[in-house]
Design a protein around this ligand. Structure first.
Ligand code: GLA
Length: 745
């Protein structure tokens, strides 16, 4: 890993053998980007890769000029990185190189979340300072390159150093100019209960984007975007990923210009943003991660998973095995008392579950979703001995006790709202739009964050709580803060999310042993910003196994297994009404952090035996399921797809588990082999199947197989016609590969 500065060419080269980023200070002092992609040799000049010379657009007839942090009004008509209005109302800016620093390690962006290093030798950071002479606007651009990771972390600090204030209208985290347009844009889109569906489109001239203006990153689009070559697939070909470490409104946009080049930008959504910089003030953008892969989408996912799991998530729970939980929500909803909860916990404990989570309904007088958010006081009608009483009964069973909270919200029917109606987000004189009968607290106001810190500290200290599910169940409407002047209302959304981060920071620091799981009506805020505080997230409210195939597949593009909460629930499924076999529900939920979201006290003896065996199986292979290398094999997206499969390889490579899923069953099945990936060709694996050993498909694959055979010939998934007739829809099989011989030499 090196960052090289060649003063003669005025060229920077960040490289680690996996990725190269080459920048050059052009003749007019602007900072250009000559290359971002496959690693190039260091110690060489690359100025010929860009316009040479480039002394500004004056009298320039045309051509592609790649910039690092482009500004409008001076000849570049593509989407800008930075739009700032000076005292004269003009927005044109000429950012010129002033100086730079190269340092070991990586600086923190606090109060924003960001990736980090544990040792300075893990990364190097280049900071380039650009300035606009007329306005005194200064931009510090940071580029961090990590040892052994094919990615660059980017952020910027924008400072007003002149005598006059400056108003930021757009402040992107990263802009990347690529020299052609032969790309397919890959995004994650969806809605409540069907998050993270993979959507793809070939780039066309003009602008195409994914974004959120909901006040959170949102279920609609994820702050993630990839570009792949048309021929790139999971395992082969070039691709880039762009990921924003941020939980608020964002924009990820690609623009194809008149010269056949592509500009990609990622950052805070500009239409819902502005920021006032008084003289001496600074604004820091969220961090963006840019990944390059020559090994297909797998290369992107491997890089993001490793970074997010090991150098974004933090705290006690980052590396620890995560407990198998039972959640009370779909078991009891709002209808429970202490005895009922203990009954559920006892029954779950008998099945091997390790953590009982008390979901919504334990506070105020919350018998349904019309009241009490904000009143974080235990409901003694339901829990006469308080949280402590019920938590102690649960922990006495040998389980952890977890609790649901939704800190950022307030119900109009709550003591908190009656005492502080002005703490709810809203515009004076304008009716507030309610969603799920609730309003959003103004997290940009320090007194609100202080209040929540106090009351939630009391709650979390009041009982032996080892897990918190932190929910957030609505979007923001009528955005306005009484804590801001009318001129500063453009700062509302960013200040709001900074307040959320501050509360997260305080509570996670105060309670380092609590495992936090974020949630926003499921995956409505499943983003890297949240992962910096909560190492796992509730992937979706949708627990239907078939829907989850798509949701977990899509989520896995960017996020590691250790971050994905996945639960087995009852049938008919509460979101789709679909009936799937219990084994299939488990075979999908295993790939992530397993939980159960059902009433274990109403199960039949057969179901109890099955679930007990599932929990034991998962516990035995927890490392594969939670920390394994996730490899996507057959996609549930695109066309008529009834076959879905994926696998996970344990960190030590000794065990792999393959999940094979059938959506609708078909008569007269076609010949089918499933070729695996990422095994050691010369290793021999003992293959066994799950859940049943006398199944013909499992029997056909049971035995010793070489990695070479499993990758080149594959698992045999042929089905005899008569056997296929017995399978029905929605079946699943797992294949467990245990390495029995390690390769020699
Ligand atoms: C949200 C969550 C659910 C559950 C309910 C409780 O919808 O996503 O898992 O916690 O709130 O009200």
């Amino acid at each position: 890993m090196t960052i090289e500065w060649r003063p003669d060419e005025r060229q920077f080269h960040l490289s680690n053998g996996l990725i190269s980023l080459i920048l050059r200070v052009y003749e007019d002092g602007s900072l250009g980007q000559l290359h971002l992609g496959g690693a190039l040799p260091s110690g060489r000049p690359y100025r010929h890769l860009g316009p040479d010379p480039f002394a500004g657009y004056a009298n320039l007839v045309g051509g592609h000029v790649p910039f690092v942090y482009p500004t409008p009004g001076i000849g570049d008509f593509r989407v800008p990185a930075l739009v700032a209005e000076g005292a004269d109302g003009a927005t044109a800016l000429t950012l010129r190189y002033r100086d730079h620093r190269i340092t070991a390690g990586k600086p923190s962006l606090e109060p924003l979340p960001s990736t980090y290093v544990e040792d300075e030798s893990e990364a190097e950071t280049l900071e380039v300072t650009l300035d606009d002479e007329l306005t005194g606007l200064v931009v510090d651009l940071r580029f961090t390159i990590f040892d052994g990771r094919p990615l660059i972390a980017r952020s910027a600090t924008i400072r007003a150093t002149g005598a006059h204030p400056i108003d930021l209208r757009t402040a992107m985290s990263v802009v990347i100019d690529l020299p052609d347009t032969d790309w397919v844009m890959v995004g994650l889109a969806g809605a409540w209960a069907r998050e993270a569906h993979v959507v793809e489109r070939a780039l066309v001239p003009g602008r195409q984007s994914m974004a959120s203006t909901h006040g959170a990153s949102g279920a609609q689009h994820n702050p993630f975007l990839a570009l792949r070559r048309p021929a790139t697939d999971e395992a082969n070909g070039e691709a880039y990923a762009f990921s924003l470490v941020y939980s608020g409104n964002f924009l990820a946009e690609a623009e194809v210009d008149q010269f056949g080049a592509t500009r990609l930008r990622l950052g805070i959504e500009p239409d819902t943003f502005s920021w006032h910089l008084g003289p001496g003030d600074a604004f820091v953008t969220p961090e963006a991660i840019v990944v390059y892969s020559a090994a297909g989408l797998q290369g992107l996912s491997d890089a993001l998973h490793g970074l997010f799991r090991d150098r974004l998530a933090r705290g006690t729970w980052r590396d620890r095995p995560r407990p198998i939980l039972i959640n009370s929500w779909e078991a009891a909803y709002f209808d429970f008392d202490a005895d009922r909860l203990v009954e559920i916990a006892t029954s779950a404990r008998e099945l091997g579950m390790e953590l009982f989570v008390l979901d919504d309904g334990w506070f105020g007088h919350r018998d349904d979703d019309t009241s009490s958010l904000g009143d974080w006081v235990v409901d003694r009608r339901k829990l006469p001995d308080g949280l402590d009483g019920v938590a102690r009964r649960v922990t006495a069973l040998g389980m952890g006790f977890g609790l649901w909270i939704e800190p950022e919200m307030v119900s109009p029917d709550s003591d908190l709202f009656r005492a502080h109606p002005d703490w709810a987000v809203g515009i004076p004189g304008r009716a507030r739009t309610e969603t799920r009968q609730q309003l959003v607290l103004d997290m940009g106001r320090p007194e609100v964050v202080d209040h929540l810190t106090d009351v939630l500290t009391d709650v979390l200290a009041s009982a032996p709580i080892s897990y918190v599910k932190w929910d957030m169940n609505r979007t923001i409407t009528e955005p306005y803060s009484l804590g801001l002047t009318p001129e500063a209302q453009g700062e509302f959304f960013h200040r709001h999310i900074l307040g959320v981060y501050e509360l997260y920071r305080r509570l996670t620091r105060r309670f380092p042993d609590i495992l936090f799981e974020s949630c926003a009506s499921g995956g409505g805020r499943f983003d890297p910003g949240m992962l910096a505080f909560a190492p796992q997230a509730w992937t979706s409210d949708d627990t239907d196994a078939i829907e989850r195939l798509r949701i977990q597949w899509g989520t896995s593009l960017a996020y590691p297994l250790s971050s994905m909460g996945a639960h087995v629930s009852a049938v008919p499924n509460h979101q789709t009404g679909r009936i799937t076999p219990l084994a299939t529900r488990a075979a999908v939920a295993f790939f992530g952090v397993l939980g159960y979201e059902l009433d274990p006290t109403v199960l039949s003896a057969g179901e109890r035996a099955e679930i007990g065996a599932q929990v034991a199986f998962y516990a035995r292979h927890r490392d594969v399921f939670q920390r394994g290398r996730f490899i996507r094999l057959e996609s549930p997206f695109g066309g008529e797809r009834d076959h879905v499969s994926w696998m996970s390889l344990s960190p030590d490579g000794a065990t792999a588990i393959v999940g094979v899923y059938q959506i609708l069953n078909r008569p007269t099945p076609e010949a089918r082999r499933l070729r695996l990936r990422a095994l050691e060709a010369s290793a021999v694996y003992q293959v066994s199947g799950w859940p049943v050993s006398d199944d013909p498909m499992i029997a056909a694959n049971t035995g010793l197989r070489t990695g070479a055979e499993l990758m080149a010939a594959g698992l045999l998934l042929d089905r005899d016609r008569h056997y296929a007739e017995t399978l029905g829809d929605f079946w699943a099989r797992l294949f467990v590969l245990e390495r029995v011989e390690t390769p020699r030499g």
